[in-house]
Write a protein that binds this ligand. Structure first.
Ligand SMILES: Cc1cc2nc3c(=O)[nH]c(=O)nc-3n(C[C@H](O)[C@H](O)[C@H](O)COP(=O)(O)OP(=O)(O)OC[C@H]3O[C@@H](n4cnc5c(N)ncnc54)[C@H](O)[C@@H]3O)c2cc1C
Length: 385
């Protein structure tokens, strides 16, 4: 399988790299300090087609393949993990779930608005009492009342929770845990009984918006149900399989940032009369960061290429996310070490990279859950060699 980018993917990479350097890099530290969602960048992202990546062209999107999506997320994450998380969740979770389980009318109704950035998407699975065991611990319920559904429950850690307009909500509809969950679209502006709960102050990803979302007798018509009743969790698992490649790509972008900033500083900083890069101890850190970056990139590209070939990737997506996220956190740690005291203060971006990278080991399935998924696949099927 060829993991090299094709011509259109390379053009996209160059365009997004230029955009990120010009429009994102100069502001990322400030947005992080202010812990403010940068709404002003949304029309620019939409103009580049970065908010309609999961939507087919027929529904106003750019219908990008997984490799292209991965390239976009890596390029944005190179400078700003928070903005990359916004793009990843808007496209890869909310819009992707509608594109995957929605019927034609639903896709025409919501996807063009999401692609134009007129509405931001949020995906509501996690709850205060359930994350890894999302189905088993789900308390949010939707009950049929005539032609409507009434949703009650609280969702936790929701990206775009307060700035989002279109929520995809997973709720229990049947007695069976995994096979009793249904997905619904709740439009914040027009549905009663939905409100934003607590704003969550975070270690990193600070300019990404994360809140609780509360549903209290929230009434939605049956037209807002995505896919068959009780089949929502199966849709969510498919969404997460691709979503994990997005988070791995996000880790890859942060990792590259750590490497580039570490390299630059090592060449400039002088100690004992010579640049610190001339010390083998520093060279080994650079070597390890570069080697693990390349290894992560191969895993991410392989998982994306297999998705683009129409293959299932439970093992490949989990392995890419597990390796790339842990390698990114380690690379950020090394970048801070190379910076010495300057790595520990906020004047340099590497401390932000470390705080942002850590989320990649947690969101869309923790490292422990990725290991469970990988072990299950390997014990069942063995290695694909
Ligand atoms: C910034 C941020 C943004 C997020 N965005 C979203 C979003 O947009 N939508 C959404 O639905 N969710 C979102 N999440 C939630 C995220 O996916 C969950 O936090 C994550 O899946 C972990 O769930 P938890 O926090 O409940 O941890 P828990 O499930 O309680 O896990 C706690 C610890 O126990 C471990 N553990 C649990 N079960 C096992 C097991 N069987 N074997 C071994 N170890 C285990 C975990 O790995 C972890 O170390 C977000 C989270 C954050 C922090």
């Amino acid at each position: 399988m060829n993991f090299e980018l094709n011509e259109s993917q390379r053009v996209l990479e160059e365009a997004v790299r230029g955009f990120a350097a010009a429009e994102v890099a100069p502001h990322a530290t400030k947005w992080d300090r202010e812990e403010r969602f940068p709404r002003e960048i949304i029309p620019k992202l939409a103009a580049l087609g970065l908010l309609g990546m999961a939507a087919p062209e027929a529904y106003g999107g750019s219908g990008l393949d997984m490799t292209s999506v991965s390239v976009v997320i890596e390029e944005i994450a190179r400078h700003d993990g928070s903005l990359a998380l916004t793009i990843a969740s808007h496209n890869g979770l909310a819009s992707a779930h509608i594109a995957r389980q929605g019927n034609d009318a639903q896709k025409r109704r919501w996807l063009p608005r999401l692609a134009r950035g007129e509405a931001l998407g949020a995906w509501c699975l996690t709850e205060p009492g359930s994350g890894s065991d999302a189905a088993g611990g789900m308390q949010t319920r939707a009950e049929r009342r005539g032609g409507d559904w009434v949703i009650n429950g609280t969702k936790m850690f929701i990206t775009q929770g307060s700035v989002g307009d279109i929520y995809v909500v997973l709720a229990q509809t049947g007695p069976n845990k995994q096979h009793g969950i249904t997905a619904f679209v709740v439009e914040r502006g027009s549905s009663r009984g939905v409100s934003v709960g607590k704003h969550l102050e975070k270690l990193g990803m600070r300019s990404s918006d994360t809140t609780e979302v509360v549903f209290e007798d929230c009434v939605v018509p049956d037209e807002n149900r995505l896919g068959d009743v009780d089949k929502g969790f199966q849709g969510a698992l498919g969404v997460l399989e691709r979503g994990r490649i997005s988070i791995a790509s996000l880790a890859l972008g942060i990792h590259r940032g750590a490497l580039e900033e570490g390299r630059k500083y090592a060449l400039e900083r002088v100690a004992f009369g010579k640049p610190i890069a001339e010390n083998q101890a520093i060279q080994w850190m650079i070597a390890d960061m570069a080697t693990t970056y390349e290894a992560s990139r191969l895993l991410v590209r392989r998982a994306a290429a297999m998705q683009d070939a129409g293959l299932r990737t439970p093992f490949e997506a989990a392995a890419a996310k597990l390796f790339a996220s842990e390698a990114a956190t380690r690379a950020c740690d090394r970048a801070i070490q190379i910076h010495g005291g300057y790595g520990y203060i906020r004047e340099f971006p590497v401390e932000r990279y470390w705080r942002d990278a850590k989320l990649c080991e947690i969101g869309e399935g923790t490292s422990e859950i990725q290991r469970l998924v990988i072990a299950r696949q390997i014990l069942k099927n063995g290695l694909r060699v």
